[in-house]
Design a protein around this ligand. Structure first.
Ligand SMILES: [Zn+2]
Length: 267
């Protein structure tokens, strides 16, 4: 079943990729110039892209292990409901970690932090959603260093509380008809802040491959790291799915223009 899933994703990805990856000499020349530009103007930490994946789609994520390896990509998996994962999924997460990916935390029960804190209290949120989740991961041999907010719902006092336990916390920045990826300054991280924001690349967010490429080019030119996130990694239709072909396009373009791949803990 799982091999079928991998095969289907790989085949779907290959088909879609044929239409979206530029191969012309002019594009190759531009990419080479980008690499040179990055080396000349980046301010200490190299310009990069930090891609993260949320929730608990471990089987689909694991299918991309070889794809990530092919581009030397390091990514971050923010896992929720960790204590409910079968042993096989835990082993897959360990293998992804062995490849250099970050296994991070997305809440024990994927609660909306803002809503829960409003209805209960900050202390109760930490006791219910955060500490037991960290414990479950610790018991399985993981030490999560970063956290992403389920639904992106956050508030400054919750950030402050969580930053006592995590190196970085990640929120969400949304595009709309007027603000596209290249307009949102928050998603270009200069490596100085511990509260960071990512833009979604799932189908529901409506960001085209061309726009994502333009955003990566902007990160390169500004010497910053672009933060992107997704959920399911499947070529099936679905709001919270990112087709494998789109992921490969991002990896190929980032690698081609010389962006460094960052995990969230390393940005
Ligand atoms: Zn989530």
């Amino acid at each position: 079943m799982e091999n079928l899933l991998c095969l289907r994703n790989a085949f779907g990805g290959w088909l879609e990729k044929m239409n979206v990856v530029p191969k012309s000499p002019v594009v190759r020349m531009k990419l080479a110039f980008g690499r040179l530009y990055s080396k000349m103007f980046s301010d200490g930490k190299a310009a990069g892209v930090a891609i993260s994946f949320d929730d608990a789609h471990v089987d689909e994520w694991y299918c991309l292990k070889d794809l990530f390896g092919r581009y030397g990509a390091r990514v971050t998996f923010f896992v929720s409901n960790f204590d409910l994962l079968p042993g096989e999924s835990i082993e897959k997460l360990k293998m992804l970690r062995d490849d250099g990916h970050e296994i991070a935390f997305h809440g024990l029960r994927h609660l909306s932090a803002g809503k829960f804190v409003q209805e209960h209290s900050l202390d109760e949120y930490l006791e219910t959603e955060i500490f037991p989740g960290i414990d479950a991961m610790n018991k399985a041999g993981f030490s999560p260093m970063t956290f992403s907010y389920p639904y992106g719902v956050r508030a400054p006092h919750i950030d402050a509380a969580l930053l006592k336990y995590f190196r970085h916390v990640r929120g969400v920045a949304c595009t709309d008809n007027k603000r596209r990826l290249t307009d949102i300054g928050q998603i270009y991280c200069g490596h100085e802040g511990r509260l960071v924001f990512a833009a979604g690349i799932d189908n529901v967010y409506g960001n085209s491959v061309e726009e994502i490429r333009a955003a990566m080019k902007k990160a390169l030119e500004k010497g910053k790291t672009l933060l992107l996130f997704a959920h399911r990694t499947s070529s099936e239709p679905g709001d919270y799915c990112t087709p494998v072909a789109r992921i490969e396009s991002v990896l190929e373009y980032a690698s081609g223009i010389g962006l460094k791949f960052y995990t969230i803990k390393d940005i």
